[in-house]
Write a protein that binds this ligand. Structure first.
Ligand code: ZN
Length: 153
């Protein structure tokens, strides 16, 4: 059997990637799961994974997972049950993902994710500002383009 390090799904040998997770992570062996501190599906109920945060898009999921893996926190992603409530109130099914970590790492993981979110917002503001400046530059009169070269004979 092979396993997805993100969602913990079990796959038959021969399957290489998880079909459910953003980014289609490569599947690993049971030994690899164990060495990363991740539970196998049948062990899940013995370890308590709790929510450290949520993400609304696959890129954020990737960023959060990398961040936590860098901090040596076993991390697990579960597609959100997006919503009976959303469906009823807006008719929209908004995708989101739960970032799950072992209970003992929850406080640290939540803090890391919060920092990352703040950093991302700052990056976004900078990008917006840069785009605005660029727009102003583009408003300056454009240089007259050179005439096309005469056709070769
Ligand atoms: Zn998966």
């Amino acid at each position: 059997m092979k396993y997805c390090t993100r969602c913990g799904s079990e796959y038959q040998e021969g399957v290489e990637e998880c079909a459910d997770c953003p980014g289609n992570p490569r599947l690993v062996s049971a030994e690899e799961m164990r060495s990363r501190g991740l539970p196998l599906p049948h062990e899940l109920d013995k370890r308590v994974f709790v929510r450290a945060g949520t993400a609304e898009d696959p890129l954020t999921v990737e960023a959060f997972v990398e961040l936590l893996e860098d901090a040596d926190i076993p991390v697990f992603v579960r597609a959100g049950r997006s919503g009976v409530v959303d469906k009823l109130t807006t008719g929209n099914l908004l995708p989101w993902w739960e970032i799950l970590v072992p209970e003992e790492h929850q406080a640290r993981a939540a803090r890391l994710l919060e920092q990352e979110r703040v950093r991302e917002d700052a990056t976004y503001d900078e990008a917006a500002q840069a785009a605005e400046e660029e727009e102003q530059e583009n408003e300056a009169p454009a240089p007259v383009p050179a005439p096309p070269p005469p056709p070769a004979v």
